[in-house]
Ligand binder design. Structure first.
Ligand code: NAD
Ligand code: G3P
Length: 322
């Protein structure tokens, strides 16, 4: 809708014929966007060649689990002149690769020109043209500025950042913290607990990001603090909702089945758990959440263990202790 508002003829590719027909015939996508009416210059197709051929810009919004498969399908139709952007928040399971790495491999394109779009942006609000701010990041600033030009509207304000690694790491890991925020709310803890989780979660994101080559300042921006606030405090967040359902004693399988939409934080917890070991980074919230999700640990016991950790300096492993 953002691109269509800027006058582009937008072609959405989907594997789901019923959804494609609904978008083309009724200009709605009710399962995901309720009553929102979609612009008439936005058309859907199940044919990848038709969706991509002749495009100036290709925006990938696959789930992290399907990015490689979708990119592989798109690859034959991608040309060098196309601006490639993605808005996916997660790592590839198994390889632990960032989404720009997956895209660069599948599309055989210059990784420095791949743009990451992230920040606090629940689709349900974007489609209603409610004020939203995001960041587009690419090593090649010309590519980031092209994305900014294409996407900026009166209700969708776009900032640039050269730190694609930081923006990707922040967008992925905030989903773990949002799951944790849902758990603390579901357990009946107060605002102090949630603020602690958000702030110490930010430390965890910063430590991993720095180890992976990110600029720590990126984490105080839209992709870091901004997205943490929206996903940890909004009932629109699927990750927050999943966490609160887990706190009520539902199994992970039941929660995922009831959600019926991707909860990226689940796979990302597993990936970040491995990344923390690979990079030798201490990630206590991630570690506890991993135990809750995959080892059956009681959420309340996880909270007790987090509170009972050894004494620390607030900026340990981030800034030198004076
Ligand atoms: N929804 C949001 O507000 C929002 C905002 C910013 C970023 N994101 C990110 O965008 C990504 C996608 O999220 P979403 O909200 O669209 O998820 P979703 O679960 O609402 O929709 C995902 C869609 O992908 C389809 N899909 C799954 N596997 C596929 C495959 N192999 N091939 C083709 N299609 C497949 C599903 O059928 C579904 O229609 C996630 O990484 C998410 O974190 C979402
Ligand atoms: O609904 P969530 O928790 O997947 O979050 C969606 C977006 O990442 C919000 O910026």
């Amino acid at each position: 809708t953002v691109l269509a508002d800027n006058g582009y003829d937008v072609h959405i590719w989907s594997r789901n014929e019923e959804q494609v027909n609904e978008i083309n015939e009724h200009h709605t996508n009710k399962r995901f966007l309720q009553e929102a009416v979609l612009p008439h210059n936005l058309k859907a197709t199940t044919d990848m060649e038709e969706a991509i051929t002749g495009a100036e810009l290709v925006l990938f919004v696959a789930t992290s689990a399907s990015m490689r498969e979708v990119a592989r399908k798109a690859s034959p139709y991608i040309t060098e002149s196309m601006l490639i952007i993605h808005a996916t928040k997660g790592f590839e399971t198994g390889t632990l690769k960032r989404m720009t790495t997956v895209l660069a491999e599948e599309l055989k394109t210059d990784p420095t020109r791949l743009v990451v779009l992230s920040g606090p942006s629940h689709a349900e609000e974007v489609v209603r043209r409610q004020p939203t701010t995001v960041v587009v990041a690419a090593e090649n600033m010309e590519a980031a500025e092209q994305a900014q030009d294409a996407l900026i509207t009166q209700s969708f304000r776009v900032y640039t950042n050269p730190d694609a690694i930081g923006v990707e790491v922040a967008g992925a890991i905030k989903n773990i913290i949002a799951l944790g925020a849902g758990l603390t709310d579901g357990l009946g803890f107060g605002d102090n607990a949630k603020s602690a989780l958000i702030t110490r979660g930010l430390s965890e994101i910063t430590r991993l990001g720095m180890a992976m080559g990110a600029n720590p300042l990126t984490f105080s921006g839209l992709a870091g603090v901004g997205d943490l606030i929206v996903t940890c405090t909004s009932t629109l967040s699927r990750n927050w909702r999943a966490g609160s359902m887990l706190a009520k004693g539902k199994s992970l399988d039941t929660v995922l089945a009831e959600m019926g939409m991707v909860v990226e934080g689940v796979r990302t917890t597993s990936a970040a758990h491995e990344l923390s070991q690979t990079y030798g980074v201490v990630m206590p919230i991630t570690e506890q959440l991993y135990k809750v999700l995959f080892e059956g640990k009681e959420p309340r016991k996880a909270a007790v263990d987090l509170m009972g950790r050894g004494r620390k300096h607030e900026m340990e492993d981030i800034a030198p202790i004076q």
